[in-house]
Design a protein around this ligand. Sequence first.
Ligand code: HEM
Length: 116
Amino acid sequence: MTEMIAQESINELVDRFYDKLTKEQYFIELFSKREVNVENLKNRQREFLYKLANTEAANEHTNRVNRSHAFQMSREGAELWMNTVVETIRELEIEEEAKTMLIEKIQYLLKNLLHK
Ligand code: HEM
């Protein structure tokens, strides 16, 4: 596996991303309704995004994402999630090429998730 993005940068992304998300009313309500343990979610996301960033094909990860999001999400909620992750990735101090690659993979997975 060639490392495109270091674990350290992914950890920073996850911290900043959930800092932003947990201030949004939609996610305050969603996480509370589903009794989500955010620390636990962040741990999983650190592992998941590191693998996603550093494997060739995003489609290896479609099943995992679809399985863990069997609940109903609104289009606005999904848009807010995506805009927030893109904004946070852009703030990282990593190669522009690595940012674009990660954004594209996440976009691909989200499109699949919304049309499953
Ligand atoms: C491609 C986009 C997304 C990715 C890659 C992603 C990734 C993940 C991962 C890795 C987990 C942990 C569960 C596991 O380990 O399988 C998770 C859980 C979760 N995600 Fe996402 N997510 C995405 C989009 C979204 C969106 C758009 C929403 C809401 C609008 C959302 C809400 C949640 C919630 C609420 C959980 C906790 C699930 C539960 O325990 O009920 N995610 N996500």
